[in-house]
Design a protein around this ligand. Sequence first.
Ligand SMILES: CCC(=O)NCCS(=O)(=O)O
Length: 349
Amino acid sequence: MSALSGKVQTVLGLLDPDQLGRTMTHEHLTMSFECCYFPPPLGDEAVAENPFQMQHMHWLRQNPYSCHENLLLQQETGAVRDELLAYRKAGGGTIVENTTTGIDRDLPTLRQLAKDTGVHVIAGAGFYVDCTHTEATKKMSVEKLTDIIVSEVLHGADGTDIRCGVIGEIGTCWPITESEAKVLRASAHAQAQLGCPVIIHPGRNPAAPAEVIRILQEAGGDISKTVMSHLDRTFFDDAELLEFAKLGSYLEYDLFGTEMLNYPYNLDVDMPSDCQRVKALALLVKEGYEDKIVVAHDIHTKNRLTKYGGHGYSHILKNIVPKMLMRGISQHQVDKILIDNPKRWLTFK
Ligand SMILES: CCC(=O)NCCS(=O)(=O)O
């Protein structure tokens, strides 16, 4: 039994889980997504250089990864602070900020945002996808990677004393690379030592989530304390989704607010609308998974902030919850999705 047992770890210290309130389990408050820049469609090169003005916002919504400036969320701390105050006003309590090594995690800024706004912020330990791993990281043994992750939770990360309260988002591609597989095994070993929550960014293929679970399980990970993110852009077949749900992880729909015609990282993917996301949640509830669902917006580009006409961090609380109720998900089940499930996941064993 460790000092963390029965507690949640925020950037301001340990917290009684009952204090979390409504929780978005997958957000970013400060990060860079430059690693995933995608060239603009042919002929749109000049549009991609446009200043951030109203008439440009629809293009950005359709092509968020093709404008360098849009990928620098870390330049918007003031706007994010305002958004967090609005999030509290809308009834939000906690945000899991799962920016990991490779996409410019900034723990002092997270701590300051938590102090300024009263929103509980939980930071992420570990590493993002392979293309962000340094040569040194790629050469590390699973043991060394485990030591780093454990230390980020127990002592603090990036040379600070600010401690992470969750492992992840741990980045994986499809197929999973050798370096990513090592990080997954290290995450499982660290989780076995610490009894902490883990969150995974799977590759963009329906086979990816189950393969991650297999690797974690073989390395001693606790799948019942693991969130599988981004199911919205990963499963497009109900039977496949329900087959995956049987494996026992938390099931996260975390791209609420994202609507785009062409998903550049995999053109085979038809990005769902928010209505289709709610439909998927209703299906999971009907099939008995109400204790396993968690939700978020995964804001990682500037255009999604309300400052730029985006939906912001309060969209789920303001717009999606009423839609969930309208589509047969009860208030009790909504509370499980927003409060009870995140609380159970985030509490150290
Ligand atoms: C760092 C943010 C992130 O990984 N978001 C997921 C984007 S996507 O894979 O769903 O396109």
